[in-house]
Design a protein around this ligand. Structure first.
Ligand SMILES: Nc1nc2c(ncn2[C@@H]2O[C@H](COP(=O)(O)OP(=O)(O)OP(=O)(O)O)[C@@H](O)[C@H]2O)c(=O)[nH]1
Ligand SMILES: [Mg+2]
Length: 255
């Protein structure tokens, strides 16, 4: 089945896991602050449904966008934004961790990375996390328009090699929201994830091996992710504060 992403509509915002709506299946856009998550969603849906901003930290709630009945795309707050008060940051990162670790209908993460600074430690941690909890993962290298054609190709090849080596369950693509490049590939991946019947499989990965490390490791891993989200944040890469045609604040109740 294919979704018509143009018909996607804003559904609700949740401050934390308990505020999330009932859902059959959902895919979340995760990534460092300012990486281009909300812009990618707007480009994919050809609408200005998610708030974007040149100021990192624009998206502060878990925002649900409805596709077909019970199917959602989710725009997450960025990780890596340290320029809010410590209390706000901790609460916000805790809500994000809870969502990622415990949200049942969540089937996969689109991990959005600025193509000029891919695979930051927190991105790597996210990929590890996906492998650990059997979440599907697709890396979207955004702002491709900032690179020449040959740099784009090099960046994609490097990313694919990196994934093959360390996270072989994950795929990658380039995307530019401003130059409208990459939405078709992204929609194919999402269609595949959202509408494949996984009911006969234990895991979305047909042959994903059990790491044999057991539950104790899982909870250690969750708390490591917590720490990373809380502390290993702003490394000064938020240098792309250039305005972009899709910078808007269209949906007052979503952020
Ligand atoms: N040149 C270019 N700029 C982009 C692209 N995508 C996003 N941007 C710009 O990058 C900035 C951040 O974009 P957002 O989509 O708000 O980023 P975000 O990841 O949702 O950020 P948070 O909500 O803070 O986590 C904005 O100034 C966008 O205009 C792109 O493909 N090309
Ligand atoms: Mg955002």
């Amino acid at each position: 089945m294919k979704s018509n992403y143009k018909n996607c509509t804003f559904f609700t915002s949740a401050a934390n896991l308990s505020g999330c709506p009932e859902s059959i299946r959902e895919v979340a856009f995760a990534g460092r602050s300012n990486a281009g998550k909300s812009s990618a969603l707007n480009y994919l849906t050809q609408q200005k449904i998610a708030k974007t901003s040149k100021t990192p930290g624009r998206t502060q709630l878990i925002n649900f966008f409805a596709l077909d009945e019970g199917y959602f795309l989710v725009d997450l707050p960025g990780y890596g934004y340290a320029k809010v008060s410590r209390t706000t940051r901790e609460a916000w990162q805790q809500n994000l961790t809870d969502y990622l670790a415990a949200r049942e209908p969540l089937i996969g993460l689109v991990i959005v990375m600025d193509c000029r600074h891919p695979f930051q430690p927190i991105d790597e941690m996210m990929l590890d996390f996906c492998g650990e909890v059997n979440l599907l993962a697709h890396v979207v290298l955004t702002k491709a328009d900032k690179l020449s054609r040959s740099q784009q190709q090099q960046t994609l090849i490097r990313a694919e090699n990196r994934l093959r080596r360390d996270w072989d369950f994950a795929s990658a693509q380039l995307l530019s929201s401003s130059k409208k490049q990459g939405a078709e590939t992204l929609s194919r991946v999402l269609d595949d994830w959202l509408y494949t019947d996984y009911s006969s499989l234990d895991s979305p990965y047909p042959d994903s091996p059990d790491d044999g490390l057991g539950d104790e490791f899982d909870s250690e891993f969750d708390s490591e992710l917590d720490d990373e989200l809380e502390n290993g944040l702003d490394n000064g890469l938020d240098d792309d504060l250039a305005n972009h045609p899709s910078d808007t604040q269209t949906k007052d109740d979503a952020c």
